[in-house]
Each structure stands twice: as structure tokens, then as C-alpha cells.
Design a protein. Structure first.
Length: 142
């Protein structure tokens, strides 16, 4: 009997606070540092770094859910995609004013940063806030 590839991939999204999502999906698209990756059943195993952006969950050829992540790591096997996110929030819950305020605060923190760690943290926060604004359909905030 020939092996058949499953029709779904198990997707888990975990943040430090909680299990955000655990379900079988047709495909999930993850924003990785080298570009977006589409994970389908039977995907080649990989471990990658996730950049701030939107995770899209696909069912029957359509995006059924979009979740903003601020970064993290993803592990993919032929049967499973596990994303460990620093922060995860439904795109529907994002707020443009909050994202803009977050960007401005991060830019001020970068101006005041004295150590490489402070600069790195501020730059990461800027990238997250800019990605939130992009997820809301806005262009670059500058």
C-alpha cells in the first residue's frame, strides 16, 4: 500500500501567555526572516526565525484567519508546524493609534539608547510597530 500525504497540517501557535491556536489546516503562511514560507502537508523539515508580520491560515483556497506575530521561531515537519511567538494577536484586534504610539515610543527609546542591548531592543520594537502598521494596510510609518 502506498503512503499518502495527509490533507492537513497540524498548526500550533504558542505565545508566552497561552496556546493561541491549535488546529488542522490546509496551509499556513509564516513570515520568516528570509521571506514568507507556505507550509503544506508533507513540507520539508526546517527550523526558522520568524520576523514581525502576519501569519495567514488557509482553508479551501482562502485565508480564513490572520494573526499578527512580533517574531519568534518556527519548526516545520511533514505533519506539523509549530510557531513559538514572542507576541501574537488577531489582526482584527490591532489598532492603528496604538501601533503608531508604540512606534513613536520605540523611536524615542532608540534615540536615548546607550548600550547595544538597548539599541537592539528598540530596533526590534520599531520593526514590530512598523509591521503592525503594515498589517493594518498602511504603508511605512515614516
Amino acid at each position: 500500500m502506498a503512503d499518502t500525504i495527509a490533507e492537513k497540517v497540524e498548526f500550533e501557535l504558542v505565545s508566552p501567555e497561552r496556546l493561541v491556536k491549535s488546529q488542522s489546516v490546509c496551509m499556513v503562511v509564516v513570515p520568516c526572516s528570509e521571506g514568507d514560507i507556505g507550509v503544506l502537508p508533507g513540507h520539508t523539515p526546517l527550523i526558522g526565525t520568524v520576523r514581525p508580520g502576519v501569519v495567514d491560515i488557509h482553508e479551501n483556497g482562502k485565508v480564513t484567519e490572520s494573526i499578527f506575530v512580533s517574531g519568534g521561531f518556527v519548526e516545520v515537519t511533514p505533519e506539523r508546524c509549530t510557531l513559538l511567538a514572542e507576541e501574537a494577536l488577531s489582526v482584527d484586534l490591532l489598532n492603528r493609534d496604538t501601533a503608531q504610539a508604540r512606534l513613536e515610543a520605540a523611536e524615542k527609546a532608540l534615540e536615548k539608547a546607550e548600550t547595544d542591548i538597548e539599541k537592539g531592543n528598540a530596533e526590534a520594537e520599531i520593526a514590530t510597530a512598523e509591521a503592525m502598521i503594515m498589517a493594518l494596510g498602511g504603508g511605512p510609518a515614516h
